[in-house]
Design a protein around this ligand. Sequence first.
Ligand SMILES: Cc1cc2nc3c(=O)[nH]c(=O)nc-3n(C[C@H](O)[C@H](O)[C@H](O)COP(=O)(O)OP(=O)(O)OC[C@H]3O[C@@H](n4cnc5c(N)ncnc54)[C@H](O)[C@@H]3O)c2cc1C
Ligand code: FES
Length: 317
Amino acid sequence: MTQTRKAAPKGPFRATVTDNVRIGACFWRMDLRFEGDGAGAFGQFRPGQFLQIDVADVALPPVEKIPASLRDGARRKVLLRRPFSFAEVTPQGETTMAELLYCVVGPATLRMTTLARHDTVSVIGPLGNGFWVPENKRTALLVVGGMGVPPIRCLAKMLSADHPNIKTLAFVGAKTVGALPFEGDLDTTSEELGFCVPAFAKFGIPSVLATDDGSAGAQGFVTEHLAQWLDDNAEPARDEMIVYACGPEPMLTAVAKLATRRGIDCQVSMERRMACGIGLCQSCAIECRAEGSAETVYRLCCQDGPVFEAKNVVWEP
Ligand SMILES: Cc1cc2nc3c(=O)[nH]c(=O)nc-3n(C[C@H](O)[C@H](O)[C@H](O)COP(=O)(O)OP(=O)(O)OC[C@H]3O[C@@H](n4cnc5c(N)ncnc54)[C@H](O)[C@@H]3O)c2cc1C
Ligand code: FES
């Protein structure tokens, strides 16, 4: 986040794993250390950007450690790199530390779990555009669904450090408490004060927590709580607000429609299957509105995104 380092081009770099631990039923945290040009490139990242990791030659865990639901697909070859957002990036002297939060869902993420301290991996990045902060914003509403946490947490850190005058509030949702990829417990004693999600509280950011089944926070969709908050808070003016969202596409659709209807700027971080991550294969197209016309055009999630202005995306009806 610091802008004082010499700019370095994005590229393939080797990163050293400094930690890789399980933090939930299927969630893991991996810490990577970059040195040399990699430290320069990743030290200049923007929240919302991502990296592509190569785990083609990484071993699978022993079969008894592979969840039964993933055993059939586990042996599939992992020819393509896989994209992951940054949950946190910290320049430290001559090195840059990056934290990834990942959910184990298939052959690549299973392999990632066997990486140990001192192992090295090849990553390409930082890729994509990342979130940006338009002028004159006074309130930022962060909306997160489940595995959408990493880029929004990263953005929360940047907003608290670089934009202390922007009042920031997080709306955090998941199907159930076990689908929240947070390390450590929720702080229920601080719930009434609005600081029950430590991942945001540590940046002084209050949060509203909601789960579909009511197993943590309020019951219901996080978007319902966002709508309620907007109804209850006429100030500041809508043009001084911005909504940033990352999560499952139905949630993004709801957030985008809500923000657009109310005239609030909204940026969404989108996901697509990515083969190359660098604009070559066209596998990650997203239908968008063409400026000044009724036509639509396809933009690349890896290169034009993954962050898009919600009003420019063609959402499912
Ligand atoms: C820009 C970007 C940032 C991401 N950041 C994170 C992150 O911080 N943490 C994290 O856990 N995951 C993240 N992902 C998703 C992650 O890349 C996939 O979960 C991973 O590639 C799965 O690889 P796999 O071989 O283990 O499973 P696969 O067998 O490749 O996939 C398992 C299942 O997940 C679905 N899936 C995989 N990738 C995607 C995708 N990109 N979009 C929609 N569905 C998908 C597949 O359809 C399949 O059902 C991100 C994806 C993108 C595009
Ligand atoms: S992933 Fe290849 S063009 Fe986007």
